[in-house]
Design a protein around this ligand. Structure first.
Ligand SMILES: [Zn+2]
Length: 288
C-alpha cells in the first residue's frame, strides 16, 4: 500500500456548529509526507497540521490551536479522510470552524468518493499495535489491542428512551464506513441548548445539522437514520479524534462512554507509549 491523496480539489460551504459563522472550505491534493494540514486563507495562509499535539479544546468538539490560530470542530472531516485512506491533503478555510453540513460525515464521504483518490509513490507507514494499551478514567475507558486491521467498538449508555444502552463494532473499510458510520449525525439535548449557547457553543446548531433530544423523544420531524444512530456517531467522532495520530493503524480500538477529551488524551498517551507499537510498511505477504 502506498500513500494517497485526493484526485482533485473539493469545495464545501456552510456554517460552523458552534460559531454559527459562515465558512468556505476547499480540500486540495497534497504530496506524500505532507499529512493532513489546515490552511487559514484569511490569516496569510497560516498552516496547522492535524496532530494531537495541537489539541487545544475538547468540550463538545475537538479544536486545534497553534500560535494562537484556531481550527475548530475538526472531527467529522478528519474521520472521513482517515476512513477513506486519504493520507495527505491541504484543507483551506476562510474562518476557524469546519462547516457542520448535515451533522454527519456523509457529505464529505460522498464528495471524496465521487472525486476519487490518487495513489502516490511513497509506501505508506502503518502503526502496528503490539501489546494492549488501556486508558481508564472514572467509569470511562478506551483500549487498543493487536489486530491485522483497524476496527472500532463503542459502548454508550444514556437514560433516554431513544438511546439506552448501545454497542457496536465496525471494521473500518471505506465501504463499511460509508454504509454504517458516515451518515450518523451529531446529537444533543434540548435542555442543554440555552446553557451551551450562553457559553458560546452550538450557535449554528439546528434541526438541519443535529438530532435534538427532548426528555421523551426528539424535536426533529425526520426519523433516525439507524435505530442506533447515536453509538454510530460516537464511532464517527472517535475515528476523527483517532486520526490525529497521523498515520494508519492496525489495531482493535474499543471505547466505553468516552468523549473528545478522553479520545484525544488516549491518542497522545498511545503515541508516547512506544513499547506498545511498532511502525513500518507492510510486508508483501501482508499486502496480499
Ligand atoms: Zn460529532
Amino acid at each position: 500500500m502506498r500513500e494517497q491523496t485526493l484526485a482533485a480539489p473539493i469545495e464545501f460551504s456552510g456554517v460552523g456548529l458552534h460559531t454559527g459563522q459562515p465558512v468556505a472550505m476547499r480540500l486540495l491534493p497534497a504530496p506524500a509526507g505532507k499529512g493532513i494540514v489546515f490552511r487559514r486563507v484569511d490569516l496569510d495562509n497560516f498552516e496547522l497540521r492535524a496532530d494531537v499535539g495541537s489539541v487545544e479544546r475538547v468540550a463538545y468538539a475537538t479544536t486545534l490551536m497553534s500560535r494562537g490560530v484556531w481550527i475548530s470542530t475538526v472531527e467529522h472531516l478528519l474521520s472521513a479522510l482517515y476512513a477513506l485512506g486519504v493520507d495527505n491533503a491541504v484543507i483551506e478555510l476562510d474562518n476557524f470552524e469546519v462547516p457542520i453540513l448535515d451533522g454527519s460525515a456523509l457529505p464529505y464521504t460522498e464528495a471524496i468518493r465521487q472525486t476519487g483518490i490518487t495513489q502516490l509513490q511513497a509506501p505508506r507507514t502503518y502503526m502496528r499495535i503490539e501489546k494492549p494499551f488501556v486508558l481508564e478514567e472514572s467509569g470511562k475507558s478506551i483500549a487498543i489491542y493487536p489486530s491485522d486491521s483497524l476496527s472500532l467498538e463503542y459502548e454508550i449508555g444514556f437514560k433516554h428512551p431513544l438511546i439506552g444502552h448501545q454497542k457496536l463494532e465496525v471494521k473500518i473499510t471505506p465501504d463499511d464506513y460509508r454504509m454504517l458510520i458516515a451518515p450518523a449525525r451529531t446529537f444533543g439535548f434540548y435542555h442543554e441548548v440555552e446553557a451551551l449557547q450562553a457559553a458560546g457553543l452550538v450557535r449554528g446548531g439546528s434541526l438541519e445539522n443535529a438530532i435534538v433530544l427532548t426528555e421523551t423523544g426528539m424535536l426533529n420531524e425526520t426519523s433516525l437514520r439507524y435505530p442506533d444512530e447515536f453509538v454510530r456517531h460516537k464511532i464517527l467522532d472517535l475515528l476523527g479524534d483517532f486520526a490525529l495520530i497521523g498515520q494508519q493503524v492496525l489495531g482493535r480500538l474499543t471505547a466505553n462512554r468516552a468523549g473528545h477529551a478522553l479520545h484525544t488524551r488516549f491518542v497522545g498517551a498511545l503515541l508516547e507509549s512506544t513499547s506498545h507499537w511498532s511502525s513500518g510498511t507492510l510486508t508483501p505477504a501482508e499486502v496480499l
